[in-house]
Design a protein around this ligand. Structure first.
Ligand code: ASP
Length: 304
């Protein structure tokens, strides 16, 4: 039995196979409508979510399975003081697979050690978000036709943005990837990603505060929200939240075929006028998320 806590637990080959499976599901959805008949997914969300939880649920329904769970800690026994490990043991009696989001880094890992069914990390604090990364990889593959030889700009809150940490880890394994890390100096990428991944794997990267000066060289621009809920004080958040706002004027300097991605929710960092730009693919990215999660559920439940 396998869980998915960190994107590194999947080999590049497995990631490529998940992408291929998601593409097959997109082309032949009716072939999959009964694959999870009789199976149950539990979504245990201790933190707010729209896309991740609903896409997991939609994925399970589209595979013919059922869903149970909670969407806030207050409505679960966590409010009475139950530990994540006890909850994981309990839910293993009701469900075949668990997707867990938690504000504490490592909580899904603790759940996976104690559960008797596969556990998927659906976001743990400011740490990791592997299924967003699978979504992002499928998006890049579909929109750019490849996962190699790309200059990828990642812009915004690189410190607390968990999607960025997982994405850099995953993309670093492909050939010819270069990163441009664009953030205010207070929100730079954490050392464990810079040293542990980029330096360690000798992946070319630069760190800058300058979006305008960098946008022209990018094939992918991955915008992120400043993660208000991870700040220790509101003043810092207010000072930093509008550091980068992508506007049509900025897009004029970008390549014709650059794509703009965002894990969403967007707050202020992409002007709504960009939505109609053909390079904006963040809503298509949402759609890809459901298909890759269908592929992942099938893989972890060992269903062909
Ligand atoms: N939805 C993503 C996450 O859960 C990105 C974000 O919240 O800014 O990490």
């Amino acid at each position: 039995m396998r869980s998915l806590i960190d994107i590194f637990e999947l080999s590049t080959d497995e990631v490529d196979r998940l992408i291929a499976k998601a593409e097959d599901i997109m082309s032949h959805p009716t072939a999959y409508v009964d694959k999870c008949r009789g199976k149950k997914l539990a979504t245990l969300f201790y933190e707010p979510s729209t896309r991740t939880r609903l896409s997991f649920e939609a994925a399970m329904y589209e595979l013919g399975g059922n869903v149970l769970g909670f969407s806030e800690a207050q409505s679960s026994s966590a409010a009475k003081g139950e530990s994540v490990s006890d909850t994981a043991r309990t839910v293993s009696c009701y469900a075949d697979i668990i997707a867990m989001r938690h504000p504490k880094e490592g909580a899904p890992l603790v759940a996976s050690v104690n559960a008797s069914v596969p556990v998927i990390n659906a976001g743990d604090g400011g740490h990791n978000h592997p299924t967003q990364t699978l979504t992002d990889l499928l998006t890049i593959k579909r929109e750019k036709g490849r996962l190699s030889d790309l200059t990828v700009g990642v812009c915004g809150d690189l410190k607390f943005g968990r999607t960025v940490h997982s994405l850099i880890s995953a993309l670093s394994r492909y050939e010819g990837i270069r990163f441009v890390l664009i953030s205010p100096s207070e929100l730079r990428i954490p050392g464990y990603v810079r040293d542990g991944v980029l330096e360690n794997k000798k992946v070319p990267y630069e760190e800058t505060t300058d979006l305008d000066g960098s946008i022209g060289k990018l094939d992918v621009l991955y915008m992120t929200r400043v993660q208000r809920e991870r700040f220790f004080n509101e003043e810092d958040y207010l000072r930093l939240r509008d550091s980068y706002i992508l506007t049509p004027a900025k897009m004029e300097s970008a390549k014709e075929d650059m794509i703009v991605m965002h894990p969403l929710p967007r707050v202020n960092e992409i002007s709504h006028e960009i939505d109609s730009d053909k390079r904006a693919c963040y809503f298509r990215q949402v759609m890809y998320g459901k298909f890759i999660r269908m592929a992942l559920i099938l893989m972890l439940l060992e269903i062909e």
